[in-house]
Design a binder for this molecule. Structure first.
Ligand SMILES: Nc1ncnc2c1ncn2[C@@H]1O[C@H](COP(=O)(O)OP(=O)(O)O)[C@@H](O)[C@H]1O
Ligand SMILES: CC(C)(COP(=O)(O)O)[C@@H](O)C(=O)NCCC(=O)O
Length: 318
């Protein structure tokens, strides 16, 4: 049975979330055969992410079913509204936001959802964009003296990001976004990501659930039809960040164009110290000050255990 109040009862208010026990959630998987193969999963997982096929079956398959219910309800509402207003309007893309800390594993969640949702016959065209494309280029971050704030809300061109998602959601046939490279650690000049009127747009990034900058402004999350916060204990995320940094030392950092190339030859101890210093000075304060406070704005919270498995599922009921 769903349990209420899993997110606490601050100020005596009851929690807007119910926790759905993992076993009950797994039983909500669709009856259709599960077709994801180990080889697909290997392609979709991020570096160091151990998500298993069993996890996908028990957690992600029911989640895509729930999202499919939301997609169909949204389309039905759109149709009825169009009829009521006497308008001619095609169904517009269903937009999903995925938020959470650096290194929590958002990319794996987003890629799995893209893959599984595209296997539903109602939504074959699913596009995933990451908000890093809307980071200000390094030259501009330096000019504003905020290079040490990469990932904080002020390091993005938030108006361009909101405009981009609004255009996609309005049904524009083709919208483009800038492209960010984690290896170069900067926007790639002249390259664009092209989005062509998908059935579903997934927008993944640290700050996608930020409230509006003023009481009268629209926020990105106003464009979301569904949203997910990928959550974990801060000390676990810090460890995942360190472990990933050590793995990147022998992979991405060795590439000639890597911004972190100078870290490739550090000893394990020095690598750990460098990872800890970046975590403590940038990603941890951003998590605590900006990202974590948006958790309760999500429709669904996926809470990961120390081994990356999803141990708790919290669904907003209000
Ligand atoms: N310095 C880096 N070089 C290359 N790839 C990176 C680097 N940092 C992160 N990545 C990759 O970028 C993706 C996004 O990472 P991140 O923003 O931390 O989000 P998350 O871990 O929640 O998916 C991950 O697939 C990660 O492996
Ligand atoms: C690029 C990021 C800000 C994530 O961007 P997002 O796609 O979440 O908008 C992050 O991965 C990052 O590089 N943070 C800066 C500190 C660091 O190097 O870890």
């Amino acid at each position: 049975m769903p349990q209420s109040g899993a997110q606490g009862t601050a100020n005596g208010l009851s929690s807007p979330f119910i926790e759905i026990p993992r076993a009950d959630w797994a039983r909500l998987a669709p009856a259709t055969p599960f077709t994801l193969e180990e080889s697909d999963l290997a392609r979709l997982r991020s570096l160091g992410d151990p998500t298993s096929i069993e996890q996908v079956r028990q957690v992600f398959a029911p989640l895509t079913k729930l999202i499919n219910v939301h997609v169909n309800a949204t389309r039905s509402l759109q149709q009825q509204r169009t009829k009521f207003l006497g308008e001619m309007q095609r169904p517009t893309p269903f937009v999903i936001g995925i938020a959470g800390s650096v290194a929590v594993g958002k990319s794996t969640v987003a890629r799995l959802l893209r893959e599984l949702l595209s296997r539903w016959e109602d939504t074959p065209r699913v596009t995933l964009v990451t908000t890093d494309g809307f980071l200000l280029p390094n030259a501009e971050l330096h000019r504003r003296n905020i290079m040490h704030r990469k990932g904080f809300p002020e390091s993005y061109d938030r108006r361009a990001l909101l405009r981009f998602v609004t255009q996609v959601k309005s049904g524009a046939p083709e919208v483009t976004a800038p492209l960010y490279s984690h290896v170069v650690y900067d926007i790639v000049p002249g390259e664009r990501v092209v989005v062509q009127s998908p059935d579903i747009l997934i927008v993944e990034g640290l700050n996608v659930l930020q409230p509006p900058s003023s009481a009268t402004a629209l926020s990105l999350s106003d464009m979301f039809d569904f949203s997910i916060y990928v959550d974990a204990r801060t000390q676990d995320i810090a460890r995942w960040y360190e472990e990933r940094f050590l793995k990147l030392q022998t992979s991405a950092f060795t590439q000639p164009e890597s911004y972190f190339r100078r870290f490739a030859n550090l000893s394990t101890q020095e690598g750990l110290e460098m990872a800890r210093s970046i975590w403590d000075s940038i990603n941890l304060p951003n998590l605590e000050q900006n990202v974590l406070p948006t958790r309760s704005r999500a429709r669904l919270i996926l809470r990961k255990a120390a081994d990356h498995s999803i141990e708790r599922i919290l669904l907003r009921k209000l």
